[in-house]
Ligand binder design. Structure first.
Ligand SMILES: [Zn+2]
Length: 193
C-alpha cells in the first residue's frame, strides 16, 4: 500500500543501520516493480519512516541514509509524477547535477541531466525527488511557477540562456539549454513549464 496522505509524507525520516536499510530496500524495490510506471520510491511512502529510497531508471539503486553533498547552481524544469499522487503532474525545478553519498555506497555517486540520454535527466530528478521524500518534502514544494519568468526583483527564478529546460513535441521530449530550445519553440516544440 502506497501512502497517499500528504501530512503523513511531511514527516522527516530517521537514519537507519545499513542492515535494516538493505531489508527495507528489498521491500521498496519489490513495491516499485509492482507499481505502474514507478521509477522511484521512498520508505515513508510505504509507511516506514526511515532514510531509505530506491531508484530504478537505468538499474535498481538502493540509497541508505543518502545525502546530497554537491549540487549545481544550474537548474532545469522537468515534468514530475509521484506514486503517492497518481493523478498529479508537476513541473518542478531541479538541480542539473548532484553528487550523493550514501552509507551503502563506498564512493560518491554523481547524477547529471547534462546528457543526450533523457534517462540521465529522469535519474537525476528521481534521486532528488526521493531524497526530498526522506526530508518530508513532496514535489509540490519544488513546483516551478510560471510567474518567475517575469523579470523583476521579486522573481525568485529566471530561465537563463544556459539553463536546462524540457521541451516536448508529441511523445518526444528533450532536455537542453534554453538558448538552444528557443528557436525550436517556433518549430512546434513546447516548453514544459
Ligand atoms: Zn514521490
Amino acid at each position: 500500500m502506497i501512502v497517499q496522505d500528504r501530512k503523513e509524507l511531511e514527516v522527516k525520516c530517521s537514519p537507519v543501520s545499513v542492515k535494516e536499510g538493505e531489508e527495507i530496500g528489498v521491500r521498496l524495490l519489490h513495491e516499485l516493480r509492482e507499481s505502474e510506471n514507478g521509477i522511484g520510491l521512498a520508505a515513508n511512502q510505504i509507511g516506514i519512516n526511515k532514510r531509505v529510497c530506491v531508484i530504478n531508471v537505468k538499474e535498481p539503486l538502493v540509497l541508505i541514509n543518502p545525502k546530497i553533498v554537491e549540487k549545481s547552481k544550474e537548474k532545469f524544469v522537468f515534468p514530475e509524477g509521484c506514486l503517492s499522487f497518481p493523478d498529479s503532474k508537476v513541473k518542478t525545478i531541479r538541480h542539473e547535477s548532484i553528487v550523493v553519498e550514501a552509507d551503502n555506497h563506498k564512493g560518491r555517486l554523481s547524477f547529471s541531466a547534462n546528457s543526450k540520454d533523457i534517462n540521465d535527466a529522469f535519474e537525476c530528478v528521481c534521486v532528488q525527488h526521493e531524497i526530498d521524500h526522506l526530508d518530508g518534502i513532496t514535489m509540490f514544494e519544488r513546483e516551478f511557477k510560471a510567474e518567475p519568468l517575469v523579470r523583476g526583483k521579486n522573481a525568485p527564478v529566471k530561465i537563463g540562456r544556459n539553463e536546462k529546460v524540457t521541451i516536448t513535441k508529441g511523445t518526444e521530449s528533450k532536455v537542453l539549454k534554453y538558448k538552444k530550445a528557443q528557436p525550436m519553440l517556433e518549430d512546434g516544440w513546447t516548453l514544459s513549464i
